[in-house]
Design a protein around this ligand. Structure first.
Ligand SMILES: Cc1cc2nc3c(=O)[nH]c(=O)nc-3n(C[C@H](O)[C@H](O)[C@H](O)COP(=O)(O)O)c2cc1C
Length: 191
């Protein structure tokens, strides 16, 4: 699939198969994040890769899923992520305004994963204190977000957005995600 089609086909995945994601693949994702654009090229981000079952089990309760439809959007038992990449900011390198760096790095990882058939959910609703404790993250680092990963066990559908941004699940449990129409957000040469 070319990059444009890949971008169009990507949806957030919150139900995962129990197949492992190879360590080499996870390393490739972090490498994709490493080479993302960075303001002033300061590169304040570092990453913790979690693939060990015991650590995954501890991390899972620190994350909140699909706020609009909670708890229905939570990964079902046996469909939890098989890996996580924790995105951290070194506050000694950059104290604030690192969010764009984090966004670019995470999107690189999301798309690099999707290209390999691996789904992901970018999570900002994170209990940062607990995650830092579990992973022994030093105080000079802040946890920005967590990328949950695994092979998809769901197939969400994009919908034309009418009056609400809220995604929903249908009777079969399929997730529908409304997006604004292109015509409603594009402006040429002036507003
Ligand atoms: C900055 C950011 C934070 C997000 N945080 C969460 C989160 O904490 N939990 C969650 O389940 N999804 C989270 N998401 C995923 C969004 O809910 C999802 O992107 C949105 O519903 C649109 O769906 P799509 O990614 O399939 O286009 C986050 C997305 C972004 C960009």
């Amino acid at each position: 699939m070319n990059l444009y089609d890949l971008i169009l086909s990507r949806r957030t995945i919150r139900q995962f198969k129990n197949d492992p994601v190879a360590r080499d693949t996870l390393e490739q994702l972090v490498n994709a994040a490493r080479l993302a654009p960075s303001a002033a090229n300061l590169q304040p981000l570092e990453f913790v890769v979690v693939d060990k079952e015991e650590v995954r089990r501890q991390l899972f309760p620190c994350l909140k899923w699909a706020g609009y439809i909670a708890p229905e959007g939570n990964p079902k038992r046996g469909q939890e992520p098989v890996a996580y990449i924790i995105v951290m900011v070194n506050l000694q390198v950059r104290e604030k305004d690192y969010e764009h760096d984090a966004g670019a790095a995470v999107e690189n990882m999301i798309l690099a994963a999707w290209e390999k058939g691996i789904g992901s959910c970018w999570i900002k609703s994170v209990d940062r204190v607990k995650v830092s404790e579990i992973l022994k993250i030093p105080g000079k680092y802040e946890v920005d977000s967590v990328l949950a990963l695994g092979y998809p066990a769901e197939n969400p559908r994009v919908e034309e957005m009418k009056d609400s941004p809220k995604y929903w699940k249908d009777e079969e449990g399929r997730l529908h995600v409304p997006k604004k129409k292109l015509n409603n957000i594009i402006h040429y040469n002036s507003f």
